[in-house]
Design a binder for this molecule. Structure first.
Ligand SMILES: *Cc1c(COP(=O)(O)O)cnc(C)c1O
Length: 357
């Protein structure tokens, strides 16, 4: 097979990577391999260590992020495996607003004396840099979930490395189509591939990507030992979803930007938060009651947690007890899908118009 002449663009790599070699009668896609055990004498040995369906997904996502990827059974399986790298008593820096599962894990580990956590306003780069002193790990999302604060990824990576700390970025919201943290200096990227990467609200899947071979080996060893890899079908669905990632991200970003333009002047909307790209928008309404009424009044938009599917969903985040109290009570997170933007707006507008003035 001839080699391409130029480095390929992300849209092409999204479609082309993670495929078997082109040979007559070979399928174009790696089939689902259902196996717990392999005939001895090769490299795979056992289903907890290796699976062709994982590898195909990992090759594709690793290529897009610029490192080597390991698939996990969920975003949280990936996150807890990475957090487990810190030594006993290490200091971890994290944003005060983060995915609730990450915050709960940090609190749980801290309560058990496993680590100490320092929470920062991730938009305050100087304060983050100061917090990096004597830290072992700096962990953040940008933009944060659900507050949509944006971090200076490059500056934070530089400050963390200066202090001798490792940097982990949860890239679930941006996806490698919009942001590649390893290129900006991060040591590890984690994903809830459940969201935009798989993209169809039908699978739980996680991933870790790193360009550091030694770190890759350590993380692979952890996954082998803990057995928190995905099932082959989940990995296959993840790759199946990934094939259209660039199209879905493009469309939901365009829809989100247009909805932000229309939402901003609506009298029921106090604040619209949007980081300028991606499919997640947060709107702040006057109260929890207003927000609860909004999520009950839509027809197209589904009231549901999670995000990143082809279908538009919305949720008042503070309905979860673990959501920090600094997230406004009336904040509704919108996960903008790939539907027609006028239909999405009409539905949102009629629901907003019902709110008491
Ligand atoms: C959903 C989510 C997770 C957790 O992923 P699961 O696949 O649900 O385990 C982690 N980080 C972010 C930013 C998320 O949105």
């Amino acid at each position: 097979m001839a080699e391409p002449l130029h480095p390929l663009h992300p849209a092409t790599r999204t479609v082309q990577t993670g495929r078997p070699p082109h040979r007559p009668d070979e399928p174009l896609n790696v089939p689902i391999t259902l196996a717990s055990t392999y005939v001895a004498g090769g490299e795979l040995e056992y289903g907890r260590y290796a699976n062709a369906s994982w590898t195909a997904f990992e090759d594709a996502l690793g290529d897009l992020e610029g490192g080597r990827c390991l698939a996990f059974g969920s975003g949280m399986a990936a996150i807890t495996t990475v957090l487990d790298l810190v030594a006993h008593g290490d200091k971890v820096v994290a944003p005060r607003h983060s995915y609730t599962g990450t915050l709960l894990s940090l609190a749980d580990l801290e309560m058990r004396g496993r680590l100490t956590a320092t929470y920062v306003d991730i938009t305050d780069t100087a304060a983050v840099a100061e917090a990096c002193e004597d830290a072992a790990l700096v962990w953040f999302e940008s933009p944060t979930n659900p507050s949509l604060e944006v971090a200076d990824v490059e500056a934070i990576c530089a400050a963390a490395h200066e202090a001798g700390a490792r940097v982990v970025v949860d890239n679930t919201f941006m996806t490698p189509i919009l942001q590649r943290p390893l290129e900006l200096g991060a040591d590890i990227v984690v994903h809830s591939a459940t969201k935009f990467i798989a993209g169809h609200s039908d699978v739980l899947l996680g991933a870790v990507v790193t360009a550091d071979e030694q770190l890759y080996g350590v993380l692979k060893g952890r996954r082998d030992l803990h057995g928190n890899a995905p099932g082959p079908f989940e990995a296959w669905l993840g790759l199946r979803g990934l094939r259209t990632l660039h199209l879905r991200v493009e469309r939901s970003s365009a829809n989100a930007a247009e909805l932000v333009r229309r939402l901003a002047p609506h009298p029921a909307v106090e604040e619209v938060r949007y980081p300028g790209a991606g499919g997640i928008v947060s709107v702040v309404l006057a109260s929890a009651d207003h927000a609860d009424l909004l999520v009950r009044s839509t027809a197209l938009w589904v009231h549901a947690t999670s995000l990143g599917g082809v279908e538009s969903t919305l949720e008042r985040r503070r309905r979860w007890q673990a959501e920090p109290a600094t997230v406004p009570d009336g904040l509704v997170r919108l996960s903008v899908g790939i539907e027609d933007v006028d239909d999405l707006w009409d539905d949102l507008e009629q629901a907003l118009d019902r709110l008491p003035g």
